[in-house]
Design a binder for this molecule. Structure first.
Ligand SMILES: NC(=O)c1ccc[n+]([C@@H]2O[C@H](COP(=O)([O-])OP(=O)(O)OC[C@H]3O[C@@H](n4cnc5c(N)ncnc54)[C@H](OP(=O)(O)O)[C@@H]3O)[C@@H](O)[C@H]2O)c1
Length: 258
């Protein structure tokens, strides 16, 4: 395989991001792996380079810092890496009522899930448009399609990611550049424990395998789709939003967090 293309994956140290990195490596992309836990990124880099799969760069970065996206853009520029694909995957959720969760931890979630994703998209998209190829794969969520009582800010961040991605999909398409929103439902990763969701009805009712979610997402991106929802049950939930009143969908989402 040629390994001439470079793909950045944020949040590549675990879960869906690590699997997305493996998928891109398998189709011949060099990688820039980004997250805070360097040792996890290095372990993945070692795995992918021993498989003789092109180059892998590791960048340890806390993307919740407002300066971090510009630092990543500059670091990649200094190394002279022509980025073909940006995967905005880093993100986290918090389960609990809006008034019970801390203000600062919820603002940090907005900083990572929304602001850093927006900054990175704005920094890298002009280069992609100039070259007329590649694109952005944004990891949103099934949470994007309805309001989420008991996880209000998280659901709202993912609605933003879906809306931004769909709009950018249309703006970038005439230039030969794809923007895709991947909208997984409950998925096996470190997310559930970090969000305090392990005991929720949603997580107890089943989770998809992160590798499968990543494979479907990368395939949808390569096929030029605007939105991808992996899994039959998740697709059904997404479609229900078209037929059922918003009040029904948001109460159902709230019940799944109990
Ligand atoms: N799992 C699910 O049920 C599910 C469902 C729908 C959507 N999603 C979305 O999928 C994406 C990936 O989540 P996951 O399920 O794979 O969870 P995960 O296993 O917890 O992975 C999250 C990744 O984000 C990175 N990250 C967190 N905070 C960061 C920060 N401040 N700076 C840089 N990187 C940071 C983590 O790395 P470090 O800790 O090393 O920094 C980790 O690599 C998220 O956007 C999540 O919202 C997940």
């Amino acid at each position: 395989m040629p390994y001439t293309r470079w793909t950045i994956v944020t949040g590549a140290s675990s879960g869906i991001g690590a699997e997305i990195a493996r998928q891109f490596s398998a189709i011949g992309h060099n990688l820039v792996l980004v997250a805070r836990r360097r040792e996890k990124l290095e372990a993945l880099a070692a795995e992918l380079t021993t498989a003789d799969r092109g180059a892998v760069e590791v960048i340890e970065l806390d993307l919740a810092r407002p300066e971090a996206p510009a630092e990543l853009h500059a670091a990649v520029g200094e190394k002279g890496l022509p980025i073909h694909t940006l995967v905005n995957n880093a993100g986290f959720g918090l389960r609990g009522d809006f008034v019970d969760l801390g203000l600062e931890e919820q603002m940090a979630m907005i900083e990572l899930n929304v602001s850093s994703l927006t900054r990175l998209s704005r920094l890298f998209l002009p280069d992609l448009i100039k070259r007329g190829q590649g694109g952005i794969l944004n990891v949103s969520s099934l949470a994007a399609f309805q309001a989420g009582p008991h996880m209000a800010v998280y659901y709202a961040t993912k609605a933003y990611v879906l809306s931004l991605s769909e709009a950018l999909h249309e703006e970038a398409k005439p230039f030969g550049v794809t923007v895709t929103a991947l909208c997984p439902g409950a998925t096996e990763s470190e997310f559930g424990a970090r969000a305090g969701m392990e005991g929720s009805r949603l997580f107890r009712s089943g989770r998809m395998d992160a590798q499968k979610v990543a494979r479907i997402g990368v395939e949808a991106y390569r096929a030029g789709h605007a939105v991808s929802t992996p899994g039959t049950r998740n697709k059904l939930v997404m479609e229900l939003n078209r037929f059922l009143p918003r009040v029904v969908m948001r109460r159902a989402a709230g019940a799944m967090q109990s």
